[in-house]
Design a protein around this ligand. Structure first.
Ligand code: UDP
Length: 377
């Protein structure tokens, strides 16, 4: 083996996964993290007042159908089975999500069998045979105007700050649409929460003799280039930041949270979405219910507000438009030419990745790197 030193920028899930896998192959890894702590946006911490574990950057639920990913993450935490359910408040009522037979029956005001629901829905949906080119068109194909407007249009436009017709259809494909009464938010066979929280999970992943973590250390693109010359660099920061935004800024949504300590009886579920456009927040998370095996008399709630990220805001969601974006395509093309740098993670690849997909992507990237590293000798 010739190459022995790799730098990773960012100690979130993507960076920690890459660092661990590289370290286990005998490579010395230094992880640079700009914040004072690790775990990126899946960081959690106990509220000192209530003892409730709070997901400081919004609710994170680990779910996957990927056997290798599930085995990997279980090496660093004991995952307690957790079945995520979400409800939505729309037009003064509470509804079951993802849209399922209960939602449909309630919406129609009439009990229906799965077959009756399918027949009814067939009268509502758009019969455009072409593959949907945007989120709105996909919604109309799937459920028709009324259901889409009630549950998706307002929420989507609050979440993304732009018309549903300008967003990719793939965003809607994240959510199942069901003709039975299953109301689990995710369909994946493996779902769980790390028993000691995500921060500890990431710390355990980074706890390896070949890994050094330097928190509170910002790596500029110039420094990153220098580091990469000594070996290789994995970059999990925003893709456009690597190029100093020289072709323009990519767009991200950021989140603001207002936090309150309230009675554990506050809302009766872990996450309540608010679908009406007139309600300014998108959802309220009751953190005690994200750890249902714990007993708390009070809980910490987060009201979540989405807005366009400015240069100094934390980017959470990369924005992709349905008709593609020239700037993004340009950065992606340039990223492919960077032979000593690998881009991973939600920000590094500008993709709306779930946690399991983030781990899978980092695993693949490390594998690619290991198989190519001979060329750096
Ligand atoms: N969505 C919606 N209404 C809802 C929930 C989701 O319109 O009640 C749409 C919205 O566009 C959102 C997308 O579906 O961005 C994906 O939802 P998900 O719950 O996966 O979002 P996340 O938890 O990642 O913010």
């Amino acid at each position: 083996m010739i190459l022995t030193s790799v730098s990773v920028v960012g100690a979130g899930l993507a960076g920690a996964t890459a660092a661990r896998l590289l370290a286990e192959r005998g490579i010395s890894v230094t992880v640079f993290e700009a914040r004072e702590y690790v775990a990126g946006n899946c960081r959690d911490a106990r509220c000192p007042q209530t003892g409730v574990r709070v997901h400081l950057y919004g609710p994170h639920i680990f779910h996957t159908a990927n056997e290798a990913v599930w085995q990997f993450v279980n090496r660093f935490a004991r995952f307690i089975p957790y079945h995520h359910r979400v409800f939505t408040t729309a037009r003064g009522q509470v509804w079951s999500l993802p849209v399922n037979l209960l939602t449909l029956s309630q919406f129609r005001g009439q009990a229906m069998s799965p077959a009756e629901a399918r027949d009814w829905l067939a009268t509502l949906v758009s019969d455009d045979p072409e593959p949907a080119q945007n989120l709105e068109a996909r919604g109309l194909q799937l459920m028709g105007h009324e259901l889409f407007d009630t549950f998706f249009r307002g929420y989507t436009e609050k979440q993304w700050g732009r018309p549903a017709s300008s967003l990719p259809a793939a965003i809607l494909n994240r959510l199942p649409f069901r003709f039975d009464f299953s109301d689990g938010y995710f369909s994946h066979p493996y779902q769980g929460m790390p028993a000691d929280g995500y921060t500890q999970f990431i710390k355990t992943m980074l706890d390896h003799p070949h890994i050094t973590v330097e928190t509170g250390t910002t790596v500029t693109p110039e420094q990153g280039r220098q580091l990469s010359m000594h070996g290789h660099l994995f970059w999990t920061g925003p893709l456009d930041a690597w190029f100093s935004h020289d072709a323009g800024r990519l767009r991200y949504r950021t989140l603001d949270f207002t936090s309150e300590v309230v009675s554990a009886d506050f809302q009766g579920c872990a996450v309540m979405n608010y679908a009406d456009a007139a309600v300014p927040w998108t959802r309220i998370t009751d953190h005690a219910r994200l750890s249902p095996w714990e007993q708390h008399e009070e809980t910490v709630i987060y009201r979540e507000f989405s807005r366009e990220a400015g240069p100094d805001d934390e980017p959470y969601y990369p924005v992709r438009m349905c008709d593609g974006e020239a700037i993004l395509a340009q950065y992606e093309a340039r990223a492919r030419c960077e032979k000593r740098v690998t881009f991973i993670g939600r920000l590094g690849t500008c993709r709306y990745l779930d946690m399991d997909a983030t781990v899978a992507q980092a695993m693949d990237a490390v594998q690619d790197f290991l198989s190519l590293r001979g060329q750096y000798s």
